[in-house]
Design a protein around this ligand. Structure first.
Ligand code: ZN
Length: 369
């Protein structure tokens, strides 16, 4: 008799998910089955379910019914016949970024540049995504899911499942900082430092050795809480009218920053983004990982003269997430400031409808099967 599991499945975009009993999947040759211990209820999930079909037709959702859930951590319970290097009992984070594995980008190790790139349990970046949704039909709002062995990040014993389920937003920030060459003695401006993405950028910048981290935000109390993480290294401001570049230079020995990491949300004004660019030093790198939708006017000639770069960065590689996991395991990346709020999987609809007030990016909402 096939064993069954509970999963929250969406049948209709205008109706709640249904908690259903489904067969526990069997792994294909190079796949594993993971028993989910925590899945992030990411801040953007509600948007994705409610508006993506209309706002972003180029980011297709899986055909319904579908099991959503972006960021899952758990324990490997079964491995396929060709799986090596992963064993039953391993504690893992599942990188939901799926790629075809065979195209030129994939062979270069640049999975995010694959034309088929797809977030398991979330959305795809093109029409080719449905094939991967079909191959890996379970997001993290389920008791079990299947994943390719190459998408697994092993969690050190000192990293909890709750922390592991935050790796998506943390890893996105980590990859952006690496692309901007953030390292010992670097300076970084994080636009939107107190949100989920921005706080992840702050914690990772501390871990990577940045000595001056500047952050903008709206809520002064939240900004004060961010500053308290490392008062000698973190500088915050909610003054969006004044000269941000001047403020940064005043606290950075007269120099601009090496990197700007833009973590602003979808509704953020473009003026905030261009103000942040004014804080870059010559040769600095700005990386956008936020969801700002307004179009940016960029003075490319000035940026060229100053050798500045502007990058878009999507998600992260599994290798980058493993590096980050090691940093967290060794305590170099300190995740102890996160505040975990756990909901039973069966209550996912109630959780999505009425998430309690958030303590900015400190809050980590989780579904627990
Ligand atoms: Zn590919």
């Amino acid at each position: 008799m096939t064993e069954t599991m509970l999963a929250a499945r969406l049948h209709d975009h205008n109706a709640p998910m249904r908690i259903e009993s489904l067969p526990i999947p069997e792994p294909r040759a190079t796949d594993v089955v993971v028993e989910v211990k925590a899945c992030n209820v990411v801040p953007n999930l509600r948007n994705v379910l409610a508006t993506y079909a209309e706002w972003f037709p180029y980011l297709p959702l899986p055909k319904l019914p579908a099991v959503f859930g972006l960021d899952a951590s758990g324990v490997v319970t079964a491995v396929g016949s060709q799986v090596s290097d992963v064993a039953v009992g391993d504690r893992v984070y599942v990188n939901p970024g799926l790629s075809c594995g065979a195209c030129r980008a994939c062979r270069q190790g640049a999975d995010q540049n694959c034309d088929s790139y797809t977030f398991m349990g979330y959305f795809a970046f093109g029409e080719r995504g449905q094939r991967l949704f079909d191959a890996y039909p379970f997001g993290g709002l389920s008791e079990y899911l299947t994943a390719p062995q190459r998408n697994l990040v092993k969690l050190p014993d000192t990293v909890s499942f709750d922390e592991g389920a935050r790796f998506g937003y943390l890893g996105t920030a980590y990859s952006a900082l690496r692309k901007a060459n953030t390292g010992p003695g670097s300076s970084v401006l994080i636009d939107g430092i107190s949100g989920t993405l921005g706080l992840g950028a702050c914690l990772n910048a501390l871990a990577l050795g940045a000595t001056r981290i500047f952050g903008t935000g709206r809520n002064q109390e939240l900004l004060d809480d961010v500053k308290a993480i490392a008062p000698e290294r973190i500088f915050v401001t909610n003054d969006h009218e004044g000269g941000l570049g001047d403020w940064v230079r005043k606290h950075n020995n007269g120099d601009g920053v090496d990197a700007v990491i833009d973590c602003l949300g979808p509704g953020a004004p473009v003026a905030s983004f261009t103000r942040a660019l004014s804080a870059l030093r010559r040769g600095g790198v700005a990386v956008d990982i936020g969801g700002m939708m307004e179009r940016v006017e960029v003075d490319m000639f000035a940026m060229m003269c100053a050798q500045q770069s502007l990058l878009g960065s999507l998600w992260f590689s599994t290798a980058e997430a493993q590096e980050m996991a090691e940093l967290a395991g060794a305590g170099v990346l300190d995740l102890s400031v996160l505040e975990h709020h756990r909901f039973p999987l069966e209550k996912i609809n109630e959780a999505l409808d009425s998430l309690p007030a958030r303590h900015g990016g400190f809050t980590n909402f989780l579904s627990i099967p």
